[in-house]
Design a protein around this ligand. Structure first.
Ligand code: PLP
Length: 372
């Protein structure tokens, strides 16, 4: 019997870098400064450079990054922000937390991310921004969305929580719109040892506003220009993230190699729909998400074969109790269909080729209805 293949094992990245991580933690302990210090400043300049952006502000979480971007743009009660129907509920919650209303649009069925045609149809006189989500690591069509938003005078914001490393035509900068929110949640392509996030932007005003908002809206104890929150990043996390950032390109290359291997097998596997990978797109391959009929049965057979899977996401935000009564929502048939069919397979930098092949062997059996 082969060893089980978990969906993800977070001991692997920290284990691989254990010496460097221990050193980073020691650096912070020895300095005795734990919030908004030199490790954060270092991470901000290194991550901005890696992203091809002018500014980066470290914050407490991906959720904080999303919410502070909306507030930094002056968007709030009475405003509408277009969001994908299919996304992590955090995108919707962050918009709602500012008092603005999330207005969902269905994704395009092949790429599973929102496109300019769907967005254009949802724009109203109250629309102030579009939150593009590069879901699973697949970047939205940013040139088309950028043209649309510019012509309508609205902001193009990005939830980049799943897309560290994504690029279009070789440009990471093109994936950021007016401002992008990154999450350093431990499972993300660049993950902390806890919560963390960042706002990446070329706009000095958004950057300055986020820097104020993350720390109670104060410049110093006697100067409070806006009502901020506590969304500060921690030095310990920044120090560890700097060590991991050195490896992120290698890790993303490894994700891509596994994805390529999976796609080769899936092209000859009836009963599965593989993720789209358009030409010219660098996919961050945060998640490798297929579609299958009868998902729960396929999952159970994979589980019996020792293969861990996950579902991102089984209940779309418009079907949750959290957003009940906040509609009416437009029909979202693609979102609903995906929610019942998507299945995430193991894909991370520490999965070896033999394991990847075992995942595909077990999947082929599972979709044929055979147990292993
Ligand atoms: C993880 C994630 C978030 C939330 O990030 P946190 O750091 O957990 O707050 C938001 N949006 C998407 C698409 C995510 O995957």
């Amino acid at each position: 019997m082969n060893a089980p293949i978990p969906f993800l094992d977070l001991r692997q990245p920290t284990g691989a870098l254990r010496g460097a991580i221990d050193g980073a933690i020691a650096r912070v302990l020895d300095r005795g400064q734990f919030l908004l210090g030199p490790e954060i400043a270092g991470l901000e300049s290194e991550f901005a450079a890696w992203c091809g952006a002018r500014h980066c502000a470290g914050v407490a979480s991906g959720f904080s990054a999303l919410q502070l971007i909306v507030r930094a743009c002056g968007i709030g009660p009475g405003d509408e922000v277009i969001v994908p129907g299919n996304t992590h509920i955090a995108t919707w919650l962050a918009v709602a937390a500012t008092g603005a209303r999330p207005v969902p649009v269905d994704p395009e069925p092949a790429t599973r991310v929102i496109g300019a045609a769907g967005v254009e149809a949802a724009i109203t006189p109250k629309t102030r921004a579009v939150f593009a989500v590069h879901l699973y690591g697949m970047p939205c069509d940013m040139p088309a969305l950028g043209d649309l938003c510019r012509s309508r005078g609205i902001r193009l914001l990005v939830d980049a929580a799943q897309s560290a490393g994504a690029a279009i035509g070789g440009s990471r900068a093109l994936c950021h719109g007016d401002a992008a929110a990154y999450s350093f949640y431990p499972t993300k392509n660049l993950g902390a040892l806890g919560d963390g996030g960042a706002v990446v932007t070329d706009d000095p005003e958004i950057d300055a506003a986020v820097r104020l908002l993350r720390n109670y809206g104060m410049r110093h104890f006697a100067d409070h220009p806006m009502r901020g929150v506590n969304a500060r990043m921690e030095e310990l996390h920044a120090a560890v993230l700097r060590e991991k950032l050195r490896w992120l390109d290698d890790w993303n290359d490894r994700r891509e190699a596994i994805a390529r291997r999976y796609l080769g097998r899936l092209s000859a596997m009836p009963g599965t729909v593989a993720p789209a990978w358009p030409a010219g797109v660098r996919h961050a391959w945060h998640l490798f998400v297929i579609e299958v009929d009868d998902r729960e049965a396929v999952r159970a057979r994979l589980d019996a074969a020792g293969i861990g899977t996950a579902v991102h996401y089984p209940v779309p935000p418009h079907r949750t109790a959290a957003f009940a009564g906040t509609g009416p929502f437009p029909p979202l048939p693609v979102t609903d269909r995906l929610a019942s069919r998507v299945l995430s397979l193991p894909l991370h930098p520490f999965l070896d080729t033999a394991e990847a092949d075992r995942v595909m062997d077990a999947l082929a059996d599972a979709v044929r209805g055979e147990a292993r």
